[in-house]
Ligand binder design. Structure first.
Ligand SMILES: [Zn+2]
Length: 312
C-alpha cells in the first residue's frame, strides 16, 4: 500500500503520519491475512505481538480470572482476531484494556473492546475526545473504506492521573504516566515478572519519533530514567523488537544528545528554519523508516520549540 503524506499539519495528519511512519514494517495484505496472526510468549502470563500487523505493538496479561489487553493497534479487523486468539489461547475473557497513548496506531482498534473497562491517563482521553469528532471519523472511513468502513472511536471510560494499579493474587500491573513521547504517555510495569511494556516510550532499534505536538524530550528523558530504575528484565517496546534495559539506555543516551545539541544551537542563536539543513544533529545508525526525513524534521522542530521555551 502506498503511503500518502499530506502537506497540511492538522492533527489528523500528525496522527496518520505517526501511525504509518513509525512502522518499520510495510503494510501488506498478506501479512494482515488474519489467520497468520500470532502472539509471542513473553512469560507464562504475558504475550505480545511485535511483528507489525497491528502497526503499534499490542500485548496482553493473563490474570487469574481475566485478561488485560494493552493498546489496540491500527486495524480493527486485525485486533478483533487478536482478541479472539488471546481468549481462545487462555480460556479467559478480556475485561480491561490499557491505552498507552493517543496515537492512531495504538487506539484505532478500541471498538473491539467496547465491553471492557478502558483505562488511560486523563490527557489521553482529552486529546482523543477533542480530535475524534464525527467529521474526522467519517473522513477516515471514507479515506480507507477497506479497513475503516465500520470504524467507531471508543474512548477510555476510566481515567487516572499519575499512576494506576491493577492487581490480583498473583500479578500487579503498575500503569505509570510519565508523558514524554506524548502528553499522557504511560508505561506498564509488572514487577512479579520483571516485564515492562513501554508503548512508544521506547522505540527499539530505530530512531524514536519525537515530533508530536505534545512531545517533551525532557520528560521523555525522565521517563527513560524511571523505567531503567525499575530494572526490568524484558521490555516490550511500542515499535521494534522485544529487548532489555540496554536498549533503553541507548535511547536515553540518544535523547540526551539531541537535547544537548539543541540547547547549544538555541544558545548560539540558531534559527528554527535552519534546522533542516543542520547536518550534525545526533543520529542513530538504524535503517530509516518511510518518510523518515519528514518525521525527523518534525522531531527536530518540536525539540527546538521545547528547548527554546525552557531556555527563555
Ligand atoms: Zn506514538
Amino acid at each position: 500500500m502506498l503511503i500518502k503524506v499530506m502537506e497540511s499539519s492538522s492533527l489528523l495528519d500528525i496522527l496518520f503520519r505517526d501511525s504509518f511512519l513509525h512502522n518499520p514494517y510495510k503494510y501488506s495484505k498478506e501479512i494482515t491475512a488474519i489467520s497468520m496472526f500470532e502472539f509471542e510468549k513473553i512469560t507464562d502470563s504475558i504475550w505480545a505481538h511485535t511483528k507489525g500487523e497491528t502497526f503499534g505493538h499490542v500485548a496482553f496479561v493473563k490474570l487469574k480470572d481475566r485478561l488485560v489487553f494493552i493498546d489496540t493497534g491500527y486495524y480493527p479487523k486485525v485486533i478483533k482476531e487478536a482478541r479472539k486468539i488471546a481468549e481462545e489461547m487462555t480460556g479467559l475473557t478480556v475485561k480491561q484494556l490499557i491505552i498507552t497513548h493517543h496515537h492512531g496506531d495504538h487506539i484505532l482498534g478500541n471498538q473491539v473492546f467496547e465491553d471492557c473497562e478502558i483505562i488511560s491517563s486523563k490527557p489521553i482521553l482529552k486529546i482523543l475526545s477533542a480530535y475524534w469528532t464525527e467529521a474526522n471519523t467519517e473522513n477516515l472511513r471514507k479515506r480507507e473504506p477497506e479497513s475503516f468502513s465500520d470504524l467507531r472511536i471508543v474512548l477510555p471510560n476510566k481515567t487516572f492521573e499519575g499512576d494506576y494499579t491493577i492487581t490480583d493474587d498473583n500479578l500487579t500491573l503498575k500503569i505509570v504516566q510519565t508523558n514524554g513521547h506524548t502528553n499522557g504517555s504511560s508505561f506498564i510495569f509488572i514487577p512479579e515478572e520483571e516485564v515492562l511494556i513501554a508503548g512508544d516510550l521506547l522505540f527499539a532499534k530505530e530512531v524514536p519519533y519525537f515530533g508530536d505536538e505534545t512531545t517533551d524530550p525532557y520528560l521523555w528523558i525522565d521517563a527513560y530514567k524511571k523505567m531503567i530504575s525499575l530494572s526490568p528484565k524484558i521490555i516490550v517496546p511500542g515499535h521494534g523488537p522485544v529487548c532489555n534495559v540496554e536498549e533503553m539506555k541507548e535511547q536515553l543516551d540518544y535523547m540526551g544528545k539531541c537535547v544537548k545539541w539543541m540547547e547549544n544551537f538555541v544558545n548560539k542563536g540558531g534559527k528554527k528554519e535552519d534546522l533542516e539543513i543542520a547536518e550534525n544533529f545526533p543520529m542513530l545508525d538504524y535503517d530509516p523508516y518511510d518518510n523518515f526525513e519528514l518525521l525527523f524534521n518534525r522531531s527536530k522542530n518540536r525539540t527546538y520549540d521545547v528547548v527554546k521555551e525552557k531556555l527563555t
